[in-house]
Ligand binder design. Structure first.
Ligand SMILES: C[S@@+](CC[C@H](N)C(=O)[O-])C[C@H]1O[C@@H](n2cnc3c(N)ncnc32)[C@H](O)[C@@H]1O
Length: 231
């Protein structure tokens, strides 16, 4: 679904590499843990400490990787499209390996991972089936795929793309696509996954503590976490 119908900001849009290549210097100061980390904290299905090998697609600066390591995940291979984000992840040291690659064509080995995870990247993908197919290829039988997303309802209601403020002070959007929850379900089932868990994050006190200007969105779903199982 096309985001431009809902766009209330009208920011100039740049592609993923250009956007994150510049946002990297302030990324960790602006991304809120309550968007993704708070949802990971609520998931019940993955037994994180039992995960020996994980693949982290769109690993960025390694925030997700650090959380996984803190929760007992032994070994994580990360891929990302943006070299500058990978440089920060390299310095952080949470991953066993890091490579510049597309999340839909990672070059990682078949049927290897107990857990494949991608956090806050799917709105940048034009379509979801290639992501779900690649994750299915990487997961071992019985393995899990955890997807954390910017909620489509929130993108529509706020009219806000993924965006940042450039060094020159311009607000820039990074290519943003809308994927309904049913798009995730269709792509996942089509690739062979079965749903194991789904949680949604809503704007509440935790959010308003960091974004008081979001009072008008109180109660709106803002993020979602899906856990799929390869049976
Ligand atoms: C919002 S950041 C999330 C990073 C990290 N998962 C986190 O939670 O902080 C999105 C990341 O996805 C990466 N990305 C976007 N599209 C991608 C694609 N098709 N393949 C690989 N990485 C991609 C970007 O380069 C960026 O580092």
């Amino acid at each position: 679904m096309d985001f431009t119908t809902f766009d209330k900001r009208g920011y100039r849009t740049v592609d993923v590499r250009a956007g994150y290549g510049e946002w990297v210097s302030t990324y960790e100061d602006t991304v809120e843990d309550v968007m993704d980390i708070a949802l990971l904290d609520r998931l019940r299905v993955p037994d994180w400490a039992a995960v020996r090998q994980a693949a982290d697609l769109g690993c960025g600066t390694g925030r997700t990787g650090r959380w996984l390591r803190e929760h007992g995940v032994a070994s994580i291979d990360g891929v990302d499209l943006t070299p500058e984000m990978l440089d920060v992840a390299r310095r952080r040291g949470a991953h066993r390996s890091l490579a510049e690659a597309d999340a839909t064509d990672t070059g990682l080995p078949d049927a290897t991972y107990d857990l494949v995870i991608c956090s806050l990247i799917d709105e940048h993908l034009g379509e979801l089936p290639p992501l779900y197919r690649e994750a299915f290829r990487l997961a071992r039988p019985g393995g899990l795929f955890a997807v954390v997303s910017f909620h489509p309802h929130f993108i529509m209601a706020s009219g806000m793309p993924t965006h940042f403020t450039s060094r020159s002070g311009e607000d820039l959007a990074i290519t943003t696509n809308l994927h309904l929850i049913s798009d995730h379900v269709a792509a996942a089932l089509g690739a062979g996954w079965q749903l194991a868990e789904l949680r949604e994050g809503v704007v509440g006190d935790e959010w308003l503590a960091v974004k008081p200007q979001w009072e008008r969105y109180r109660g709106h779903p803002v993020s979602a976490a899906y856990v799929w199982r390869r049976t």
